[in-house]
Ligand binder design. Structure first.
Ligand SMILES: CC(C)(COP(=O)(O)OP(=O)(O)OC[C@H]1O[C@@H](n2cnc3c(N)ncnc32)[C@H](O)[C@@H]1OP(=O)(O)O)[C@@H](O)C(=O)NCCC(=O)NCCS
Length: 158
């Protein structure tokens, strides 16, 4: 069956979304899902800039980040399994990067599991590069790859 993609609605994550994000975490990160209180603590933090992506009123994806002092930290981006490989993560990441540029972020940092080739490929497609490794970062002993991406600002062009 051909996978089709509809244009999604992307909006800021609110407190009402938290239980749905907690359910999605279990499906998207079976090994280390954030529980509802961890999600609440992050997304209601004043530095949070977090998004949900909806398809016909169904949650298809979400992104959790902090943006401050010219830096953005991308903690989580996830697309629900049945929506994957149709460009939804690209749409969400692109939307987020446009907004954080307006918020004056100049650099993005993130950590990703060494084995998470899908996510690493996604980030590379968006210009992220590997700048380090955090040894045994995850609870199962797996290393994290530290990736970063510079965001060009208008005044860089002058
Ligand atoms: C990683 C993830 C967000 C990608 O979402 P997606 O909507 O399927 O991604 P897209 O369809 O936008 O694909 C964009 C790019 O990602 C990469 N990619 C996506 N799925 C891939 C896969 N299964 N294998 C290899 N590369 C993949 C490709 O580079 C792809 O570009 P291409 O279509 O030109 O080949 C999704 O697989 C996911 O939610 N995984 C579980 C949560 C997770 O690991 N998040 C990252 C935490 S750091």
């Amino acid at each position: 069956m051909t996978k089709t993609k509809q244009k999604s609605e992307i909006r800021e994550l609110t407190a009402k979304d938290i239980p749905h994000i907690a359910e999605a975490e279990v499906k998207c990160f079976p090994e280390d899902a954030w529980d509802e209180s961890a999600i609440r603590e992050s997304v209601l933090h004043p530095l949070s800039y977090s998004l949900v992506q909806m398809n016909n009123n169904v949650l298809s994806g979400y992104l959790i980040s902090f943006v401050y002092a010219g830096e953005a930290h991308l903690f989580n981006i996830a697309i629900l399994p049945k929506f994957r490989q149709r460009g939804y993560a690209s749409e969400l990441l692109s939307h987020w990067m446009n907004i954080i540029t307006v918020m004056d972020a100049r650099v993005v940092y993130l950590e990703v599991r060494h084995s998470n080739q899908a996510a690493i490929s996604l980030y590379e497609k968006f210009g992220f590069r590997t700048v380090g490794v955090r040894t045994k970062y995850y609870s199962n002993g797996e290393d994290a790859i530290l990736m970063t991406c510079d965001i060009p600002q208008d005044d860089d062009m002058e």
